[in-house]
Design a protein around this ligand. Sequence first.
Ligand code: PSU
Ligand code: MN
Length: 303
Amino acid sequence: MHQFLLFSPEVAAARAAGKPIVALESTIISHGMPYPQNVRMAREVEQIIRDGGAVPATIAVMGGKICIGLSEEQLELLGTSPDAMKVSRRDLAYVLAQSKLGATTVAATMICAALAGIQVFVTGGIGGVHRGAETSFDISADLQELARTSVAVVCAGVKSILDIGLTLEYLETHGVPVVSVGQRGFPAFFTRESGFNADFQLDTPAEQAAFIQTKWQLGLDGGIVVSNPVPEADAMPKAEIDAITLQALGEADAQGVTGKNVTPFLLGRIKQLTEGRSLATNIALVKNNARCGAALACAMQSH
Ligand code: PSU
Ligand code: MN
């Protein structure tokens, strides 16, 4: 077992019993949603995974360890600490060596999940190629991680704060398959359709598991994006979210927001501008992804 990993009692027992385990990220808790909704969401998502027959492992960095599975107190700490660092691949060694509090992004959570032998990871949305990346070079490290680390990432697509077309091009270049569930279209987080198609539609957990396992059995290392559209009843009106996204992008530009602050800034502004309705959609889609991810983890086990 890796020297930096610390398993919670629940996850340790699941490993010993060979139960399916689903990884969850923590940047969504510390930087993606406000308190107390963030902590409540984290607990409810964990319970959905248990109800789906798998064991949740929320991942964060604390006390010089990568914690695989968090206690109630640890979730609360992450959800309330303004100084929790947003940790991507670049930051992981620093936060560990300095014993700081770190919330892991999709990229860092994939790294930690792979170290812990967890193959399925549930989140809301992945990072991607930002609009204007041809001059800013702002491409999320999540995409490079998907290219190299063998974890299946269940998400609701990517937000239209990003250039969705370029994000899909980037994933194609790096050999990362994008699967969609229940429809051909690739979802845009708050809405079910982005105007782009996923590469493959695989509706059942058994089909998804067979595809993922075939990829890895071929020696094709790297991640898979399993994109699961937000349920119709929880989706936001496209015109509204498009207008708000443009406004948030304009403000980020005008205020000179750069680097790792760009995504949290945009997420926060969108929430404010929709008076919290985007937050309700965000929570609903993560829960929907948790059901999908639990079923996938169970299918991976029995396949
Ligand atoms: N997109 C969302 N919600 C999020 C994030 C992205 O819709 O919470 C978070 C995830 O943790 C993701 C990270 O891995 O932002 C990407 O940040 P960046 O663009 O700086 O790589
Ligand atoms: Mn970035």
